[in-house]
Design a protein around this ligand. Structure first.
Ligand code: NAD
Ligand code: DAU
Length: 365
């Protein structure tokens, strides 16, 4: 039985952090940040290198003395026990997941396995190790989750930490389940946990199945820009570096048992965002204004498509002092430049598997 969330006695520092999913989009950003802001901490990146995980995302830090990579599955209990034993982790930053909503509609079971059973395996390994080593008081298990657990908003209102869960896709249901399992380990076993639920991230190194990098890539190549439904669904966009900064502050000062919503205070209708991207890319490539507008193609809507997500991040702001550092204009401009300057990264991550999935996915629409 646990009490209400409590602040840490002092700012935490860690000897050894296990980051899961560090070869993915957000994981690679947070690893880069941790190596900078925790110079004395060992960082072990456990990643299965699925289609979404790519060591090209960490090329600039691959030789860092404090970064270790392990290729493996978070569902592998024996591997987890071995890693806890070998590295003596005092923190887990858990990002590994199947993360793409469209894929969860096509192949839900992989999401339930990785996102629920994988999280449970990690929680169990942490509980066993920290109980045996007597470090439940100082360790931290940080679970990274999504605002999609709260369901879909109408035109008004924001998701807060007390909004009732109402997940509606296999992806969001799997993330909601994993959040519940994390809370169960906290309340039942006293495992020191913290959860954050954030909105749509954007920035460099994002796999080009997600809206922003997909659109940039297709505008550059002159390919159709598939907009689901009427393009009026709204997302709240968060700069991935601001998300990494929020995770860092939560690792250091987050209250055990607490939940933090993280958002960019930055809502856009999909169609308006795509117009913005067309303007930016066309202008960078020296094309006339409106050159790529004709590529916009309205396609069959996503099944169960959530209408609007928007985050009230005031709890994180008031308790831990975090707020977004860039405007959307700055973040998007930087993002477009990065993709234009890193065409070889795009080539590298879009493997044969991805080409096949992409063709199959859009054939069905
Ligand atoms: P991503 O798909 O880019 O990366 C996921 C990473 O997890 C990949 O490197 C992949 O190889 C790894 N992985 C997948 N299954 C694994 C397994 N069984 N064992 C070990 N590694 C495995 O995802 P992302 O966008 O970086 O998201 C990271 C986390 O943040 C996820 O938990 C996601 O639910 C959450 N999140 C993402 C967003 C977003 O906008 N991208 C928003 C809110 C929350
Ligand atoms: O809100 C947080 C979530 O944001 C994360 O938990 C997920 O991991 C992440 O994938 C993201 O989910 P979305 O489904 O919102 O992101 P996606 O980029 O797939 O889609 C953004 C919006 O754009 C959504 O309304 C669907 C629409 N869309 C997407 C694609 C890929 C299109 O209209 N066309 C497309 O081709």
């Amino acid at each position: 039985m646990t009490t209400a969330p409590q602040p840490p006695k002092e700012t935490r520092s860690f000897q050894s952090i296990l980051v899961t999913g560090g070869a993915g989009f957000i994981g690679s950003h947070v690893i880069r940040r941790l190596l900078r802001t925790h110079p004395n901490t060992k960082v072990v990146n456990l990643d299965a290198l699925t289609y979404a995980g790519n060591l090209a995302n960490l090329k600039d830090v691959e030789d860092h003395a404090h970064l270790h990579f392990v290729k493996g599955d978070i569902q592998d209990r024996a591997l987890l026990d071995k890693l806890f034993e070998a590295h003596g982790f005092d923190a887990v930053l858990h990002l590994a997941a199947e993360s793409h909503v469209d894929r969860s509609i096509d192949e839900p079971l992989a999401f339930l396995e990785t996102n629920i059973l994988g999280t449970a395996a990690l929680l169990h390994a942490a509980k066993e190790s920290w109980t045996r080593r007597g470090c439940m008081e100082t360790a931290l298990f940080y679970h990274v989750s999504t605002d999609e657990v709260y369901g879909s908003l109408g035109q008004e209102g924001l998701f807060s930490e007390t909004t009732a869960y109402d997940p509606r896709s296999p992806y969001s249901a799997s993330k909601a389940s994993s959040d519940h399992v994390v809370r169960a380990y906290h309340h039942t076993y006293g495992l020191p946990t913290v959860i954050s639920n954030c909105s749509n991230n954007y920035g460099s190194h994002q796999f080009p199945e997600k809206l922003i990098p997909l659109m940039i890539r297709n505008i550059v190549d002159g390919r159709p820009l598939p907009i689901y439904g009427e393009g009026i669904n709204i997302r709240d966009w968060l700069w991935v570096e601001d998300h990494a900064a929020a995770m860092d502050v939560i690792l250091q000062r987050g209250w055990v048992g607490d939940t933090y919503n993280i958002g960019g205070l930055n809502e856009w209708r999909n169609i308006d965002l795509v117009h913005k991207l067309i303007d930016l890319v066309d202008s960078r490539l020296g094309r006339t204004k409106g050159h790529s507008l004709g590529l916009i193609t309205f396609v069959k809507d996503r099944a169960g498509h959530d209408m609007r997500y928007a985050i009230d991040a005031s709890h994180l702001a008031s308790r831990l002092g975090w707020k977004p550092s860039v405007t959307f204009e700055e973040g998007l401009s930087h993002t477009v430049d990065w993709y234009l300057e890193n065409a070889s990264w795009m080539e590298e991550v879009t493997s044969g598997d991805y080409q096949q999935y992409y063709a199959k996915h859009y054939d069905k629409r």
